[in-house]
Design a protein around this ligand. Structure first.
Ligand code: KG4
Ligand code: ZN
Length: 346
């Protein structure tokens, strides 16, 4: 079957067509129109600006992703209906519902976080279609969420732990801002960490030894804030030199990755999972991918990483989650899909 996915939950306007049958999962096309340049001067996403950009770009993005195909060729429409910025979600859901109404197509609302989890299925030949990876432990790390979710089977989830304050991506973004780096902070910190020395500054690893699988990143942000304030005072300067910035960035990345990997591996042992699955925008982080893979291998565990192009927000993962939630016998009318900014998966 052919599925059109639509994603507008935050600041990426995306549409994708995927083809799924018993033998294959194929991403026919996945178009992402990034708004990063529009929001960068503000140091973060401006909701009203994001919604306006979605309105402007979504028709073209859909047209581009369809290529020679038409909506009539689609068997299902899948649209992100939450969680996210309500103004952004409303644009995507209203547009998708209009298409479903006009072309009399079934439409399904998809949870954005479940979409991230299913980014792991987007492979040309699905490793998972024959061999089921369950129980799997999903580490979902994005700009708004940091969750450890036990996936018992398709659509059955249990929350094992989550952040009690900032999300991992949020920590990257806020610390980057303190360091005077561009938005979004994750890729910026990751890039300059390559030339930084992670040993110079020893930053805290909050909740590393707590007896649960929760995370906390706001203390780390405060530590960096105080460190920068003290260094500037010491040097009598208003700006850190590039070497110091890259050293702090490398220590930040090390601290965040350390906590994420150690807690995930501990939980994987306790819950005796078959597979660890990484997803969410922070899963683009090379150090996190490398460290999680090597620690998983030590336990003889398969570690599944989404392809780099499907780590940050994209509509292919939304189409994939739509496929796994779609049951042919049910009715999927346009008027059943509602945007819900606070839709929690678990
Ligand atoms: O999943 P996503 O694209 O959007 C949300 O659903 O939030 O995640 C965006 C987050 C941002 O906080 C961004 O800084 C972070 O993912 N991110 C990274 C990297 N690439 C994106 N964090 C660390 N390293 C990266 N390479
Ligand atoms: Zn996301």
């Amino acid at each position: 079957m052919l599925i059109l996915g639509i994603e507008t939950s935050c600041d990426e306007t995306s549409a994708a067509v995927i083809e799924v049958n018993k033998k294959k999962i194929k991403v026919v096309s996945n178009v992402v129109s990034s708004q990063i340049a529009k929001h960068a001067p503000f140091g973060g996403v401006v909701p009203s600006l994001a919604a306006r950009e979605h309105v402007k770009n979504l028709p073209m993005v859909i047209k581009q992703t369809l290529g020679k195909l038409t909506i009539k060729d689609m068997d299902l429409l899948a649209v992100t209906s939450g969680p996210g910025l309500i103004s952004s979600l409303l644009v995507g859901t209203a547009f998708a519902k209009t298409l479903a109404y006009k072309y009399k197509k079934p439409i399904i609302g998809v949870n954005h976080m479940e979409g991230h989890i299913y980014s792991n299925w987007l492979r040309s030949i699905s490793e998972f279609s024959n061999k089921k990876p369950f129980p799997a432990l999903c580490l979902v790390v994005s700009g708004g969420h940091t969750q450890l979710i036990l996936m018992k089977k398709y659509g059955v989830y249990k929350l094992i732990g989550e952040t009690v304050d900032d999300a991992a991506g949020e920590a990257f973004d806020k610390i980057a801002r303190i360091l005077g780096l561009e938005y979004p902070g994750g890729p910026a910190i990751s890039k300059i960490s390559e030339v930084g020395d992670k040993e110079i500054y020893n930053l805290p690893r909050p909740m590393l030894d707590s007896k649960n699988y929760n995370f906390s990143f706001s203390g780390l942000k405060t530590s960096v804030l105080y460190l920068v304030r003290d260094l500037l005072k010491e040097k009598g300067s208003t700006k850190l030199d590039p070497k110091t910035v890259s050293n702090i960035a490398a220590s930040t990345q090390e601290a965040i990755v350390d906590v994420l990997v150690k807690k995930t591996v501990q939980a994987a042992k306790e819950y005796k999972v078959k597979c660890i699955m990484l997803s969410g925008g922070v899963s683009a982080n090379k150090l996190l991918r490398k460290r999680l893979t090597s620690e998983g291998e030590k336990l003889n565990l398969k570690v599944s990483l989404p392809k780099p192009e499907f780590t940050t927000d994209n509509a292919a993962m939304i189409a994939m989650a739509g496929y796994f939630n779609y049951k042919k016998k049910h009715k999927y009318d346009w008027n059943k899909v509602e945007a819900n900014a606070n839709w929690e998966l678990v």
